[in-house]
Design a protein around this ligand. Sequence first.
Ligand SMILES: *Cc1c(COP(=O)(O)O)cnc(C)c1O
Length: 361
Amino acid sequence: MSRVYNFSAGPAMLPEEVLQEAAADMMDYHGSGQSVMEMSHRSAEFKAIIETAEQDIRELLDIPDNYQVLFMQGGGNQQFAAVPLNLAQNGVADYILTGQWSKKAAKEAEKYLKVNVIASSADKTFSYIPDCSDLPVSEDADYVYICENNTIYGTKYKTLPNTKGKELVADVSSCFLSEKHDVKKYGVLWGGVQKNVGPAGCAIVIARNDLIREDINPITPVMMNYKITADNHSLYNTPPCYTIYICGLVFQWLKRMGGLDEMKRRNVEKASVLYDYLDGSDFFHGTVTNKEDRSLMNVPFVIGDKDLEKKFIQEAKEASLVNLGGHRTVGGMRASIYNAMPKAGVEKLVDFMEQFEKANR
Ligand SMILES: *Cc1c(COP(=O)(O)O)cnc(C)c1O
């Protein structure tokens, strides 16, 4: 068996140890005589799986007791609607636009409340994070919304915005569990799991108790209702059981490794291999203009010649380095190097880039 290094932005690589554990559990999960895919979501086995998963993510992120952890279906895009539906009280929210995902979130929110865009980096193709230290936050804003790591453009907030006392809501899909988030600084943070945590099928929402309200927009579908999800411990209906189970195995993998500080140390070391090479090359160019805004997870770069870029992506694939094409809206290349990408994968990519540069410059 030969596995490839998968640089996809999502669904993405999972830790090999986790895949092996899942394979070993496949035919007979812990003596139950069945796989997790087949068992009742009301069974004692699954109850233990979801409760342990919640406990483990609470430990990994030091989630305070006054926050709930919700496993919700519908992925990231569903949260674009769930956030305004659950949080609107005054019917106003401030959005900071740093890429496609915050733009989409703002567009969806506009169906349910008044959206004010209080900062944007659209002027330079989202290649930086705007200064968010003194923004014109709306007096009656129910929340200030950000996408913390911009999967497509490869930027990340290194300092959270000054929300002037308003609730911060963050989409952390592509940096979830890559390092510690200081949960108490957010009203709500949420992430689709298929980027850095597990297989597609679930978004994990971490929300403070007082923001999980009964008196919300009455059109809110049951499946997007934070209060109903919380009251039912994410088991209102049949949840994506297998996805939750794999997320749980990933949480245990992270704990065995030493937790999120160790994960961050590895991610910094790994990303440096690629960034150092890009900084020293006059053939490949990173597209993020401010170095301090660079993501540890998604690294977009270009050659500046479309034919060469196409050739690069094709030849990389032949060398088992797959999914290096940039997002369809920006082109070029992008290496997503999430938690499960080993350092050896990034080193192999850099070796390949060196050879490609020599052969094609
Ligand atoms: C992928 C992604 C999304 C969309 O997630 P889906 O589960 O496909 O809806 C939203 N936000 C960010 C930051 C992402 O990377």
